[in-house]
Design a protein around this ligand. Structure first.
Ligand code: IPM
Ligand code: MG
Length: 376
């Protein structure tokens, strides 16, 4: 098999973590007998600097033509004051929309070796293993009307007229397709689906809830519960192990997945997959961390784990994905830590060093498995 992969390294630490993840992917390709052809395109702030827009038609076309897309990170202070449509983030939203990536999968799993470095107590974290399934191409992120008026004068009357607005809107089709994913995902795991909304206040949420309840009839083996988003945020830090699959809309999923990321010790650990009917994009959940960009300090684990998700979800190579994830576990168990997850007594490693360790462990695990040894 040959994988045609478009790389969008993006801004800040994006290029460093992308390079690390590609190295690991190439190693997996060598060992598991497939090949990868990558093409790197300009995206986000970098593309704004070069072409004036965060996503050019050419880059978009390359993404549409490839088997899969890998994205590093976008954004930074340099582009923060641009108007909404020209910000790097607008490029990310556009690519999600154009590729039809409606399902965003963000797994929150505890790495045993890191259980002590979370801000939450070990007893609370034990056995945490859930997925935030976030709707990604609808809701308030894309709803119309949207906009704001700001009059740059001091007249009191003008100030009274100023306002900003967005619209949270979901169609039946949008709710159905993500909800079905949620039920299917839960069915393949521990059979528990928690739909998160704000149905006590928002009409769009009541609509969401009624459709989810309706679809439940097709998945009787799945246990369905509903939570309001404020309560869900609280429950994730109170007792994260109660969750299996959390199904939610675009905005709520954005917020809850950052909370979930912190549970695992650092956002630098959280991978994600964004999947549509025909296309898929993989990216670490963390941002571009401009303060440490180019210093070989970034944690590449989320990016590397995103490559594992790519192999599993887009190419049915669960075995190769497992070896990557086991190699990450083993590297952490050996005490290697980037600065964001460093604690007393551990070995501080830069981006390239921890990537090399992960690759060595990959080789080791691969060889052990080839010999029939299955210890971690
Ligand atoms: C995320 C990010 C993005 C989002 C931003 C960068 C547009 O926070 O992927 O969670 O809000 O979806
Ligand atoms: Mg976010």
């Amino acid at each position: 098999m040959n994988i045609k992969l478009t790389l969008l390294p993006g801004d800040g630490i994006g290029p460093e973590v992308t390079a690390a993840a590609v190295k690991v992917l190439q190693l997996a390709a060598d060992r598991f007998n497939f090949s990868v052809k990558t093409e790197t395109c300009s995206f986000g702030g970098q593309s704004i600097d070069e072409y004036g827009v965060p996503l050019t038609e050419e880059t978009l076309q390359k993404c549409l033509d490839s088997d899969s897309v890998f994205l590093g990170a976008v954004g930074g202070p340099k582009w923060e004051d641009l108007e909404q449509q020209r910000k790097p983030e607008a490029g990310l939203l556009k690519i999600r929309k154009e590729l039809g990536l409606f399902a965003n999968i963000r797994p929150a799993k505890i790495y045993q070796a890191l259980i002590d470095s979370s801000t939450l107590k070990k007893e609370v974290l034990q056995d945490t293993d859930f997925i935030v399934l976030r709707e990604l191409t609808g809701g308030i992120y894309f709803g119309n009307p949207r906009g704001y008026t700001l009059n740059k004068t001091d007249s009191a009357e003008r100030h009274r007229q100023e306002k900003g607005w967005n619209t949270m809107v979901y169609t039946r089709k949008e709710v159905e397709r993500i909800a079905r994913r949620g039920f299917e995902m839960a069915r393949g795991r521990r059979g528990k689906l928690t739909s998160v909304d704000k149905a006590n206040v928002l009409d769009v949420s009541q609509f969401w809830r009624e459709i989810v309840i309706e679809l439940h009839k097709d998945y009787p083996q799945v246990e369905l519960t509903h939570l309001y988003v404020d309560n869900a945020a609280m429950q994730i830090v109170r007792e994260p192990s109660q969750f299996d699959v959390i199904l939610t809309g675009n905005l709520f999923g954005d917020i809850l997945s950052d909370i979930a990321g912190m549970i695992t010790g650092s956002l630098g650990m959280l991978p994600s997959a964004s999947i549509g009917k025909q296309h898929a994009l993989y990216e670490p959940v963390h941002g571009s961390a401009p303060d440490i960009a180019g210093e070989n300090k970034a944690n590449p684990i989320a990016a590397i784990a995103s490559m594992a998700m790519l192999l599993e979800h887009s190419f049915e190579m669960k075995k190769a994905a497992d070896v990557i994830n086991d190699a990450i576990e083993r590297t952490l168990a050996q005490g290697y830590r980037t600065a964001d997850i460093f604690s007393e007594g551990m070995r501080l490693a830069g981006t390239t060093e921890i990537t090399e360790r992960i690759m060595e462990n990959f080789e080791e695990i691969f060889n052990e498995q080839a010999l029939g040894v299955f210890t971690l």
